[in-house]
Design a protein around this ligand. Structure first.
Ligand SMILES: [Zn+2]
Length: 148
């Protein structure tokens, strides 16, 4: 096991199919590598960003004048980024495949994506809607208020 990056060793990307559709053409299928985070991973990932920022707030607390700006800024960043990671249930590591409109292979978006997602193709400019294949569910980011 890779000790240098335990997070990566524990959470393996899974292969998923994303359907790319555009107006008036046959949809194409994209191969996606998706990492899904369980409850524990989400807490660990949130803590890794929350506590260093909280530390920044505490470290700058005794500094006159500066602390007026730095403490609220660090606390706000800690909360916003921590909550964002807590809600992040899946991440698309890689997305590859042909554009349904032009057949080219543009650089598809990756990272924390919310589906369905509509983006213009970088090669032909056609708007392409990306959606997980029916039946292949990708964990959606959790809403804090419990709604979907
Ligand atoms: Zn295209």
């Amino acid at each position: 096991m890779d000790r240098a990056d335990p997070e990566r060793a524990r959470v393996r990307p899974a292969s998923r199919t994303i359907v790319a559709s555009a107006y008036g053409v046959e949809p194409s299928r994209l191969a996606a590598q998706v990492v899904e985070f369980g409850r524990r991973e989400r807490l660990v990932r949130a803590g890794r960003i929350f506590f260093p920022l909280l530390g920044g707030a505490l470290l700058t607390l005794p500094i006159p004048a500066l602390h007026l700006a730095s403490v609220p800024a660090f606390l706000l960043a800690a909360l916003l980024l921590g909550i964002r990671r807590l809600r992040e249930r899946s991440r698309v590591e890689r997305l590859e495949g042909p554009c349904p409109a032009c057949g080219g292979e543009p650089d598809w978006p990756s990272g924390s994506l919310r589906f369905p997602l509509t983006r213009p193709c970088a090669e032909c400019g056609e708007f392409v809607t990306l959606e997980p294949e029916r039946g292949a569910r990708i964990a959606r980011d959790e809403r804090l208020d419990g709604s979907r």
